[in-house]
Write a protein that binds this ligand. Structure first.
Ligand code: SF4
Length: 329
């Protein structure tokens, strides 16, 4: 089956059916809720054409103030543990925290959740400093067509991302990439993505759909069509049955979730957790998973789990309370 032609010929339903069979056979029917934990609202690069950070860089005069309080980061990790959310990765703009600081935060999160942490902290060669607290390294590829990549993300070359992931593999870490759909790519560009996944032995891909930010060139661009998104995910699943696939869905596109799950997604991400928890939007995510015939690990609505208390560092308490109050409001 030529997967790319299937997408181009609008045969998405065929792809989804095949992808669904493969997913159930290889992965079972459990779906995770994934949360990227941000370290900072600053990025040294700030030049990716779609990125919110690119609109903020000129406004931020004191980057150190854009760093998050570490107790707030750890409080978020504790709430993920309570609600059975997976931490997709720690994500930081370039130049916001040192390697030593990131390692320290990761070790603390590992202690809290009992699970090693994935990193998505930009291109770095400084991977030997990390140990058992790290599960894997993520390369933020965004768009796999090399020419488009250079135009859209001029500050982070594909070669450097590739080198980092090769090094990560040599050091025994798992490897992930992120891809954004809707940046101007075409179905034919999937060949670059497939080559990348195969060539680097990628373990996990996170797909996002474009979120058009005000002040960027994509401000008035449409988000990718639901069936195009589903077709890309389904083709990727068919090509790589064992790959873990996470799909990002914004709060304004929750109806994408069912088709994405049937196309092979193992996890869902990109939700504003505290804003959606216990609301009709959070419950809608649960319904989407239910009606795709999948089981959900993690909750968007169980307040008892959110409030479950246990002995933790007292410094985290006020931050935890603040997050829970946000959910209850
Ligand atoms: S490197 Fe990442 S955070 Fe920085 S501008 Fe590009 S996409 Fe945004």
């Amino acid at each position: 089956m030529n997967l790319i032609n299937k997408i181009k010929n609008f045969e998405t339903l065929d792809l989804m059916q095949k992808a669904n069979e493969i997913t159930l056979k290889e992965h079972g029917n459990q779906i995770t809720l994934e949360r990227a934990i941000f370290l900072s609202w600053w990025c040294d690069k700030g030049d990716c054409l779609f990125c919110y950070m690119s609109t903020q860089k000129p406004k931020i005069k004191e980057p150190e103030k854009a760093r998050r309080n570490i107790n707030s980061i750890l409080a978020e990790a504790e709430l993920c543990r309570r609600t059975d959310w997976k931490i997709e990765f720690l994500s930081g703009g370039y130049g916001s925290f040192s390697t030593k600081e990131i390692r320290n935060i990761s070790q603390n999160i590992y202690r809290i959740t009992g699970e090693p942490v994935w990193l998505n902290i930009g291109i770095t060669k400084d991977l030997e400093s990390y140990g058992d607290e790290i599960a894997g390294i993520t390369g933020a590829v965004e768009v796999a067509n090399p020419q488009l990549h250079d135009e859209i993300c001029p500050g982070k070359s594909l070669e450097d991302i590739t080198e980092m992931l090769e090094l990560a593999g040599e050091l025994g870490f798992q490897k992930a990439i992120t891809i954004i759909l809707g940046l101007g790519e075409t179905p034919d560009d999937l060949k670059y993505l497939f080559d990348l996944i195969k060539g680097l032995g990628i373990d996990r891909v996170t797909f996002y759909s474009l979120n058009p930010h005000k002040g960027t060139i994509y401000e008035n661009a449409p988000q990718p069509a639901s069936l195009y998104y589903a077709g890309v995910v389904a083709a990727t699943r068919i090509k790589f049955p064992e790959l873990k696939i996470i799909t990002g869905t914004w709060i304004d596109n929750l109806a994408n979730i069912g088709p994405l799950l049937l196309s092979g997604a193992n996890g869902l991400t990109k939700f504003p957790l505290f804003k959606m928890f216990g609301t009709r939007y959070g419950k809608r995510v649960e319904e989407e998973v239910l009606w795709a015939g999948r089981g959900l690990i993690g909750t968007f609505s169980n307040f008892d789990k959110l409030k479950e208390s246990r002995k933790i560092d007292p410094q985290l308490e006020p931050f935890i309370k603040r997050y829970i109050d946000k959910c209850i409001k």
